[in-house]
Design a protein around this ligand. Structure first.
Ligand code: THU
Length: 137
C-alpha cells in the first residue's frame, strides 16, 4: 500500500475522533504485514485519564482481532482542519505499545510534514534503546 493511501485512511479515521475536551483530533491507520488496515481515533473521557490515543485504538482493535504482524502506521492530528496536516508524532505511551508488537528496526511510522509531504521514521528512531519483549527473554 502506498504511503499516501495510508495517510488518507488516517485522515478518514481522524474525522471520527471523540474529543469534546481537547478538540485535538488524531487519526491512525495501521497496516498489517498481510496488507489489512485497522483505523483508530482518539477517544476522550470526562474523567480524562481513560482517554485512549488514536494509535492505541488502532493497535488494540487489531491485536484483539488476532493480528500480531505489523508493517507501518500513519498518524495525523491537529486541532482544526488546517492543523490536521502538521506533524503529529505519537506519544511515549503509544511508542511503547508499538515496541510490544513491532520490530523497532523495521516498523515504519508515517507522519505528515506540514508542507504536503510525508516523513517516514522507524520505531527505533522514535524510541531509541526501547524496552521490549526481548529484554525479558
Ligand atoms: N493523542 C493521540 O490520540 N495520539 C497521540 O499520540 C498524542 C495525543 C490525543 C489524546 C487526547 O485525546 C488529545 O490527543 C490531546 O492530548
Amino acid at each position: 500500500m502506498e504511503e499516501r493511501e495510508l495517510i488518507r485512511l488516517a485522515h478518514e479515521a481522524r474525522h471520527r475522533a471523540y474529543t469534546p475536551y481537547s478538540g485535538f483530533k488524531v487519526g491512525a491507520a495501521l497496516l498489517t504485514k498481510e496488507g489489512k488496515v485497522y483505523q483508530g481515533c482518539n477517544i476522550e473521557n470526562a474523567s480524562y485519564g481513560p482517554t485512549n490515543c488514536a494509535e492505541r485504538t488502532a493497535f488494540f482493535k487489531a491485536v484483539s482481532e488476532g493480528e500480531r504482524e505489523f508493517e507501518a502506521i500513519a498518524i495525523v492530528g491537529g486541532k482544526d482542519e488546517e492543523g490536521a496536516y502538521q506533524t503529529c508524532a505519537p506519544c511515549g505511551v503509544c511508542r511503547q505499545v508499538m515496541m510490544e508488537f513491532c520490530n523497532p528496526r523495521e516498523f515504519r511510522i508515517m507522519l505528515e510534514d506540514g508542507k504536503g509531504g510525508i516523513r517516514v521514521y522507524t520505531l527505533e528512531e522514535l524510541l531509541p534503546l526501547g524496552f521490549g519483549p526481548e529484554n525479558l527473554q
